[in-house]
Design a protein around this ligand. Structure first.
Ligand SMILES: C[S@@+](CC[C@H](N)C(=O)[O-])C[C@H]1O[C@@H](n2cnc3c(N)ncnc32)[C@H](O)[C@@H]1O
Length: 441
């Protein structure tokens, strides 16, 4: 196998697409042949070349191109690490302990107490939170050992470029927090959950793995979050970070909405953002198309989220109408030009999605559009797709492939016009018009 063939044998997401004899990642084991070693060397060389090429192109890259190159570099680096790792080393992966240490240090706001410049002693840090120095040192050593934090001398600790992400209020740090609290804590309870409820996908919003793991299985995820303001705040904060990896613009041209603002009926609502969160998607759309007037947009979400959005007083959203609304009930804004619905459908199983979408279908005029913005899973999925899908499983929900969307949309009173995707992202916009009601909703 020559170097360039190595590229074809491994998809970018790490999937082995055909048998690659001798390339089972073993270099210290004793079951590989000379040929296997040659193949491995060829592949390693190819991945290293790919990495070097991407690194070169990265100079001066920005925006979408920089995202693509970073993803290429990290995929090639991962291929190298996976290929040279001994299978026997896998159970000793440190990431579980590292995640536990990181989450605990965030809880205690340790990253806020480490100075942005310079260092602090373990003793002073421990004293600042009333902890035993030896305990805190052991936990922080985990993070120092993996390079997340830096130790200076024998007893001082300092930030690295990466650790500053975990100071209080940082959306990326909040994203780790919710992946731990809502994802990781749920995974630890999977065996108990599936033993109790059977080996099948949860289809309802309550009695789901995440609420089960948190000891309130009778609630749905959102009811549980209502009772936990701290977790809800982290959740809402974290949503903004996904915009980098799962962008809302770049795959769909929203400028026709601005044209309509100029030339169409001036009393018509242009966009209803259904389940808007704090309006982060609307902000991106407005930034990409400045002619869309904020005063003709509506944000709808649960009362607690709308209240938080009002209190935030985000300047860009000041003129946007903020409306508490339960999307399982009749849509009060009739005949809007666009009903935009992002990262909502993946929160629910099919029957609930049909109820949400059919309320929009009923409110639409013949020229209205529903724009569903979601990850579109490849088959097999990318690691990001797969990870979010398992998080969604915890809520009784799921990520979907193109095929799954093509089945869901027509059964919800909508007609699928086109699925818009941008190269190198996992996200798409599914454009729908009013269609036939086929399922009795
Ligand atoms: C994953 S977030 C997506 C937020 C936003 N669309 C975005 O893309 O950033 C899901 C949102 O659905 C809202 N939600 C959940 N149940 C709802 C309901 N029954 N009616 C309206 N909004 C709801 C949540 O409060 C949350 O803001």
């Amino acid at each position: 196998m020559n170097g360039s063939a190595a590229k074809d044998h491994f998809a970018m997401n790490g999937t082995v697409t055909e048998d690659h004899s001798g390339m089972n990642g073993t270099i210290m084991g004793n079951n590989h042949t000379m040929n296997g070693e040659d193949d491995l060397a060829d592949s390693l060389e190819q991945w290293a070349t790919n990495l070097a090429e991407a690194a070169k192109a990265y100079r001066g890259a920005s925006g979408q191109q920089s995202l693509l190159l970073r993803s290429k570099m990290s995929n090639n680096a991962k291929q190298i690490i996976d290929a040279i790792k001994d299978p026997g080393e896998t159970p000793f992966e440190y990431s579980m302990a590292e995640m536990g240490a990181l989450r605990m240090m965030m809880e205690l706001k340790i990253f806020d107490k480490i100075p942005q410049q310079g260092s602090i002693s373990y003793g002073d840090l421990a004293a600042s939170i009333g902890a035993e120095e030896s305990l805190l040192t052991r936990i922080l050593w985990m993070l120092v050992s993996t390079g997340l934090l830096k130790q200076i001398g024998e007893n001082q600790v300092a930030h690295t470029r990466l650790s500053k992400t975990y100071v209080d209020g940082n959306p990326q740090g909040a994203f780790f927090q919710i992946m731990f609290d809502e994802g990781m804590i749920t995974y630890t309870k999977w065996p108990n959950y599936f033993e109790k409820f059977g080996l099948k996908e949860p289809r309802e919003a309550n009695y789901v793995p995440t609420t089960f793991a948190w000891g309130c299985e009778e609630k749905n995820f959102w009811e549980m979050m209502n009772d936990n303001p701290k977790r809800l705040k982290a959740f809402n904060l974290s949503m903004a970070t996904l915009d980098e990896v799962l962008p809302v613009t770049g795959m769909y041209d929203y400028s026709w909405i601005a044209d309509h603002a100029k030339n169409g009926d001036s009393s018509r609502t242009l966009i209803v953002d259904v389940g808007s969160g704090k309006g982060q998607a609307l902000k991106r759309i407005m930034a990409s198309c400045a002619e869309i007037p904020a005063s003709r947009l509506v944000m709808q979400d649960r009362p607690i989220v709308i209240e938080e959005a009002e209190n935030t007083k985000d300047e860009m959203l000041l003129d946007v109408k903020k409306m508490p609304h339960d999307f399982f009930k009749e849509q009060p804004v009739k005949g809007a030009l666009v009903y935009f619905i992002r990262r909502i459908i993946h929160d629910w199983h099919d029957d609930n999605c049909r109820i949400i979408l059919s309320h929009l279908a009923r409110a639409m005029d013949s020229d209205s559009r529903v724009l569903i913005c979601e990850q579109i899973m490849s088959n097999p999925p990318s690691p990001l797709n797969a990870q979010t899908d398992l998080c969604m499983l915890g809520l009784g929900a799921k990520e979907r492939t193109e095929k799954m969307f093509k089945e869901l949309v027509p059964s919800s009173g909508l007609r699928l016009i086109k699925i818009w995707k941008a190269e190198g992202t996992n996200v798409g916009v599914i454009e729908c018009a009013k269609g036939e009601q086929t399922n009795g909703h």
